[in-house]
Design a protein around this ligand. Sequence first.
Ligand code: C2G
Length: 131
Amino acid sequence: MYRRVITYGTFDFLHIGHINILRRAKDLGNYLVVALSTDEFNRLKHKQSHSSYEERKAIVEAIRYVDLVIPECSWEQKIDDIKKHKIDIFVMGDDWKGEFDFLRSYCDVIYLPRTEGISSTMIKLGLSKEL
Ligand code: C2G
């Protein structure tokens, strides 16, 4: 039977932490939707992404674990996304632990451990893992 998973993010400077969460999210089911933050929504998150939405979308769509990429334009769209895409499992890294528990009325909510020692910010600042 179909187990449909969704996760959200900016996925700028794609790195192993992103790949790890996408792989684990897909392993929880058999269809993975990624809601990718638009450039405008990044501004709402006070994030400036290096790559445009179009570039980040093309990169995330190229990942074997990803079945569909949709735009994330607002904080409020998650319930509609879950209904529209018939989502069974919502997945985020555990830096978001607890933030999305309200979605438990609509689907399973799973927070997965982040990958230590890597972040888009570190890459942006040119820091190595050892720092
Ligand atoms: N991540 C991870 N390990 C890292 C870095 C990121 O597991 N070292 C995970 C994050 O926990 C998140 C996903 O990768 O689940 C995408 O990370 P970001 O692009 O930083 O996403 P964020 O800005 O947290 O957006 O509505 C939710 C927001 O859009 C989440």
